[in-house]
Write a protein that binds this ligand. Structure first.
Ligand code: URP
Ligand code: ZN
Ligand code: ZN
Length: 470
């Protein structure tokens, strides 16, 4: 089966050009000059018209949590609903997190995640492994996963004592292991021990509303942990360290300083930290703010975190935009925290909206088109060893997003929302541009405002080591 995506402007992380993309089976066969296919007598089986549209590598979201058991409940998107929503939003690959907690066997936990995802995903997927219990057995398993399972990145937590938390000694040991295998440590950088004290004190004062989630997780708790993680990574042999879901300007400064020093330190942020704030969202009256309880928390607009994160994205201090998609409904899920903000399940759903929200950053002049592609597709692929993804080049997987810059997208549960949530964190947002057509390994999965893919089309992708630095 051959497909020709024709008459569009092909975008990459480094430029744009008029051209046609010839797909043969699941891969990109050639990039042709406009009209060249006709001249060569190529008669594709299928044509996708991209006139007046951008043609870019499909979005890659390297931070999702489908079906994550968390906060006394489970993230509301399954691998099926979540990956279909992702496809609607122009995403063609996710990397989700398999979870091991203290005392559990890593291999059994990973097998459980494969069982959840296998046969259910509409787009391709990989796994990072959360190590919630660093011990001899899990350290050995880390090596095995790198060598045999295509899992080359491991998330550790400096937050959530008693749940996923690792102390500094455990973190150092995991980092030393990663340094030996060349794998990546992903860090949830918040000082969870100190945060738990602030939370208990706030609750004792009767401060129970959702906004106290942010007041009890001040920026210093994020920057201190970020600094500590960086120092530990240096001691562990300059192991590649990737700070997840960064929201504080002060933490970003720590990353920038480490990069200036030549350390292998990277960071991601998420659309919620660029667009949403403590004042406008988390502080909404009553229990409404629960929709925006996530960790790290939304921060104050007044303090300028959002502005500094956009700047960090432009300067490559932040290399990647992911979503940390971790959806919970208000009903029966977020509601667990009525009267006690610390019991609100932490997480925001957004896998469907990252490409459109970040394109809005292009419209408003925060980013270039090329940087949009780079932070949402090309760098995530290179950072996490997705060797055939993130580029439109011969030999790459034919994962393609055709984007209509003249389109318009309304975000909200009544307008365009396919995630399994009873609300949207971005309700009422309207942005320029629109997902037009999405191809996953050569198969059209979204076109004409219709999802025409199928659960089970998506395959598990074994990842290599990060190629971002090599
Ligand atoms: O609030 C969040 N971020 N929930 C998902 C779990 C995590 O820490 O990434
Ligand atoms: Zn986290
Ligand atoms: Zn997460």
């Amino acid at each position: 089966m051959t497909v020709l995506v024709q008459n569009g402007t092909i975008l990459s992380a480094t430029g744009r050009r008029a051209g046609d993309v010839l797909i043969d089976g699941e891969s990109i066969a050639a990039i042709l000059a406009p009209g060249q296919a006709d001249a060569l007598g190529i008669a594709p089986d299928q044509k996708v018209d991209a006139t007046d549209k951008y043609v870019l590598p499909g979005g890659i979201d390297v931070h999702t949590h489908m079906q994550l058991p968390f906060g006394g409940t489970e993230a509301s998107d399954t691998f099926e609903t979540g990956t279909i929503a992702a496809a609607w939003g122009g995403v063609t690959t996710i990397v989700d997190f398999a979870v091991q907690s203290a005392g559990q066997n890593v291999h059994e936990c990973l097998a459980e995640w494969h069982e959840k995802a296998d046969g259910n995903c509409a787009i391709d997927y990989g796994f990072h492994q959360i190590i919630g219990g660093v011990d001899e057995e899990s350290l050995k398993a880390m090596t095995y996963l790198v060598d045999n399972e295509g899992i080359t990145s491991f998330k550790l937590f400096m937050a959530y004592p008693g749940v996923f938390y690792s102390d500094d000694g455990q973190i150092l040991r995991a980092m030393q292991n990663a340094s030996e295998t060349g794998s990546m440590i992903m860090m949830h950088a918040e000082n969870g021990i100190a945060i738990d004290v602030l939370v208990a004190q706030a609750l004792a004062r009767g401060e129970t509303d959702p906004k106290h989630h942010s007041f009890t997780r001040p920026a210093e708790m994020e920057s201190e942990a970020t600094h500590r993680a960086i120092q530990l990574s240096k001691i562990a042999g300059n192991v590649p360290l990737y700070i997840v879901h960064m929201s504080a300007a002060q933490a970003l400064k720590e990353v920038a300083a480490a990069q200036h020093e030549g350390l292998n330190v990277f960071a991601e942020t998420c659309p919620q930290y660029l667009y949403l704030s403590l004042e406008e969202h988390l502080s909404q009256p009553g229990f409404e703010g629960a929709k925006w309880v996530c960790s790290t928390p939304l921060r104050s607009h007044h303090e300028g975190h959002q502005r500094d994160l956009w700047k960090g994205l432009r300067m490559n201090e932040l290399a990647v935009v992911s979503t940390d998609h971790c959806p919970f409904c208000m009903k029966e899920q977020k509601e667990l925290g009525v009267g006690d903000f610390s019991k609100i399940p932490n997480g925001i759903g957004g896998v469907e909206h990252r490409m459109e929200l970040l394109y809005q950053g292009v419209v408003t002049g925060e980013l270039t088109l090329e940087r949009w592609v780079e932070t949402c597709s090309t760098t995530p692929a290179r950072m996490f060893g997705l060797d055939k993804k993130g580029v439109i080049e011969p030999g790459a997987d034919a994962d393609i997003l055709v984007w209509d810059p003249n389109g318009h997208t309304k975000i909200g549960i009544d307008d365009k929302h396919h995630m399994n949530m009873d609300h949207s964190a971005y309700e009422g947002f309207e942005v320029d541009g629109k997902v037009d057509t999405v191809l996953s390994r050569g198969t059209v999965v979204v076109e004409n405002d219709e999802f025409i893919g199928r659960p089970g089309h998506g395959r598990y992708v074994k990842r290599g080591l990060s190629t971002y630095l090599n």
